[in-house]
Ligand binder design. Structure first.
Ligand code: NAD
Length: 416
């Protein structure tokens, strides 16, 4: 299978050529500045491969999450570090791109081992990170507790607690209001702009969401509250599709998910369940439903060359990183299916991470209203700029977002 870093470089090259960048600059933009690997040892003899890739810091400190996953590898981390550099430039925050990880199944570790591993990561990379050098954050299977341990460990090693070393911390330890909902909220601000542009009415617009975790569930709530008709949901174990297209309340779906351990094919309001007008679909079929909007918010590589032709949604909001491959984006673009790419759609998360860093550096605490007002301003600007470039270059929005980002990174290179 083609490596995902190569696929992302193909996308970068396509946009760079449209921008008429010369080969020397394209090479610089394509090459990670630092690829760091270490071995972490915990509990005396348990060894794990750990990574930090620092792709580009032309626009500011490297920024990007640390994921704990059994399949984490350098190809994936390099891809995500490059995407972070693009994402930060799309939303025009003064940060570069980085990503880290550990090849581990955290579910197999005790809480003490998880803490030891997280502290070991900081010990291993402490000379490579810093509030003005490289600022990590949570990612898949890492959370605010892990960020708190990491910030604490960095403080011990440097004799000074500096919250700006890491973002995604708990509020008590210097985290920002709004970080937990930031990704979904950012995507929702884009959706609001989009429906106005396309003259769509929420009440007449159907939505399907793949993934019911932090991003998917929060997005479902925002979309539901705005009056959209949510007709399909899935998680890793099950799904529910509303055969009448009447719309479901995500809180109710979450209540029965908690009871049953997974999303299932009955829609329950309290103890009364309707199992006739709802059904469970395979993950593949859920993506192929006829709907106005499809929101992949779970995994990468969900819409590829293999199934792009079967997609019937009119709009795709790609919250999950890499859910739609660049080749699938081209196929969908030809079919007039609009894809709001990950580097734009999910950039609300890193934007509020940047707000957290800024608050820590300036010793400030912003109320939620301020976080959301500034987030909205940034997301709306990024969306409109990307849209305009898409029109000017007559291209899909992924290519447009890369053009916007690469232009900004190159400007910063020239002004350094
Ligand atoms: P999460 O772990 O909270 O939720 C993931 C959800 O996906 C879970 O409900 C899980 O059951 C579901 N899932 C897993 N496999 C599935 C499958 N085969 N079919 C359907 N559902 C499946 O993760 P999250 O934080 O919500 O992140 C989701 C995606 O959004 C990831 O790609 C992540 O990189 C991206 N993202 C998240 C953030 C953030 O701030 N949370 C920021 C940027 C990007």
């Amino acid at each position: 299978m083609e490596k995902s870093f190569q696929k992302t470089l193909d996308q970068l090259n396509k946009s760079a050529k449209l921008l008429k960048l010369d080969d020397e600059i394209i090479k610089k933009l394509s090459t990670p500045q630092n690829i760091l690997t270490k071995e972490l040892v915990i509990s005396g003899d348990k060894k794990f491969e750990a990574f930090r890739v620092q792709h580009n810091n032309t626009r500011g400190p490297f920024k990007g999450g640390i994921r704990y996953h059994p399949d984490a590898d350098l190809d994936e981390i390099e891809t995500l570090a490059l995407l972070m550099a693009i994402k930060c430039a799309v939303v025009d925050i003064p940060m570069g791109g980085g990503k880290g990880g550990v090849k581990v199944n955290p579910k197999e570790l005790s809480i003490e081992e998880l803490e030891e591993l997280s502290r070991a990561w900081i010990k291993a990379f402490k000379d490579n990170i810093g509030p003005n050098v490289d600022v990590p954050a949570p990612d898949v299977y890492t959370n605010s507790q892990i960020m708190d341990w990491m910030a604490d460990e960095y403080g011990k090693l440097t004799d000074k607690y500096e919250p700006a070393i890491i973002t995604g911390k708990s509020i008590d330890k210097g985290g920002s209001e709004g970080r937990d909902i930031a990704t979904a909220q950012g995507a929702f601000y884009i959706l609001e702009e989009l429906i106005e542009k396309l003259n769509l009415k929420p009440k007449e617009t159907t939505v399907v969401i793949q993934g019911f975790g932090n991003a998917g569930f929060n997005m479902a709530n925002l979309v539901y509250e705005a009056g959209f008709k949510l007709i399909g949901f899935s998680d890793s174990k099950g799904s529910i599709f509303d055969l009448k297209n009447g719309g479901m309340n995500p809180e109710k779906v979450m209540e029965s998910k908690k009871e049953q351990g997974q999303i299932h094919s009955c829609y329950c309001l309290g103890t009364v369940c309707d199992c006739e007008n709802y059904e469970s679909l395979s993950n593949e079929k859920l993506l192929e439903i006829e709907t106005d909007i499809l929101i992949p918010a779970a995994l990468e590589n969900q819409i590829t060359e293999e199934n792009a032709d079967k997609i019937k949604a009119k709009i795709i909001i790609e919250i999950a990183n890499g859910a739609v491959t660049p080749k699938a984006t081209e196929i969908l673009h030809k079919k007039n299916i609009l894809v709001i790419p990950d580097v734009l759609a999910n950039a609300g998360g890193v934007t509020v991470s940047y707000f957290e860093w800024l608050q820590n550096i300036n010793d400030e605490k912003w109320p939620l209203e301020k976080v959301l007002t500034q987030l909205k301003d940034i997301m709306v600007k990024a969306f409109n700029n990307t849209w305009l470039i898409g029109e000017n270059y007559n291209t899909d929005l992924r290519t447009a977002a890369f053009i916007l980002a690469l232009g900004r990174i190159v400007d910063a290179m020239e002004n350094k």
